[in-house]
Design a binder for this molecule. Sequence first.
Ligand code: V55
Ligand code: FE
Length: 489
Amino acid sequence: MGAFPQTMYFTGLNAPVGQEASLKGLTVEGTLPAEVRGSFYRAVPDPAFPPRFENDHTLSGDGMVSRLSFNADGTADFAIRFVETARYLAEKAAGEARFGKYRNPFTDEADVAGVDRTVANTTPVWHAGRLLMAKEDGRPYRVDPKTLETLGSYDFGGALKSETMTAHVRIDPATKELFFYGYEADGVASTKVAYCVVGPDGALKSEQWFDAPYCAMMHDFTVSENYALFPIYPTTADLERLKAGGEHWHHEPELDSWLGVMPRYGDVSEIRWFKGPKGVHSYHMMNAWEDADGLLHFDACLNSTNAFAFIREPSGIHIQPWDVRGALTRWTVDPKAEGGEVTETIIGPPGDFPVIPAARQGRPYTHGWMLTMNPELQGPPLPGGPVGAMFNLLLRLDMRGGPPQALALPPMAGFNEPVHVPSATEGHEGWLITIVDQQIGDDAFLHQAWVIDAGNIAAGPVAKVTIPHRLRPQVHGWWVPQAELDAAQ
Ligand code: V55
Ligand code: FE
């Protein structure tokens, strides 16, 4: 096997790092709020070996789990380790990549046939005292929250039937239940979706299977107080294409999108399908909530097509990244109706990585945060991430219609998705922590964690921690308060 492809997915900020590290006692500049005590976990794809296919991309990278811990004494520690998946271990033993294309097992070498091929690279999920590294194409891997040691593939103590668990879960703030689903639940390109509810003790209480209208990339979903909402966008998989060695996903602009809605403790036979516009796509939802009239609102970072060029191109969609249209978009339905069409309202700017306070999950909410591109930036954005450019504007959106707040970065700098740290002070919106990447020379980067007052983001960071280790862009992160870590010992 040769070198890494010299494409945007493996160069610049996206250049593979693959170094495990443990760095103690990092200096915190500024004033770290006393409430910011705990660990910020991040999922970082980082291929241990050059891929077997030139067109490989970010989403195939081996999962690394990183931990930035904010200690009682006001210092910070940083650590990052590979998730030792069956795939990572098999390739490490071989000394080279043996698995083929993204989510296409038919392109793997024969000696790894049947080996779990997930790379656990998308979200560190914390629930019931367990840390799970999740990716939507397989079951998660459990890791030790202190040492980051891999504890093995996790199936809820043998209870989970689905072969997959999404990287986007929802935790009800009142019941502390974990709601998740797995799509392609019984094999690649299947329409089977498993809908699961886990009790606050971590026990899988229910797993029900249903058929999606077609096999779609179901990256995220939401729950409201009373409903579970499954969006279906026309980025589709096809078994024959996979067998022929093709790509897992093609985007199909002529297909309808759908929103499946069911009572969240109901039976999957109660799912009602509401039709949305053709050809649209969203990776992430901000929230779903019910109003006083019983209408159900579903707020997503919606785009006119799939945001990833490596999905558009094989689909024959040849447009420039800046020609992808997007907006924070609300779909409203009457959940008591037998079906119908969604009513669409534009409620915010283009962008992605929506964040809300965990306490407002599934409830009416007054504000949220997201990332976007600064239209006024005088200079280039920082190339990096799966789209090819890092977001460079952090927004606080007022969901009641007030003006947004913004925090802009200079040219050649980018934000990773923030996590929200709640505040115990009445009326205080808490804190955001985000890794900011800056290019400071040829292949030289500065990586800092910024702690920002969530209600006053325009003021800039109140504290910064420089991480003296080369960091690749993260996918998602999770904040775990120190008290929860201590309780999980
Ligand atoms: C995404 C990320 C993935 C994936 C599918 O960001 C979609 C969206 C990091 O892996 O497999
Ligand atoms: Fe995601």
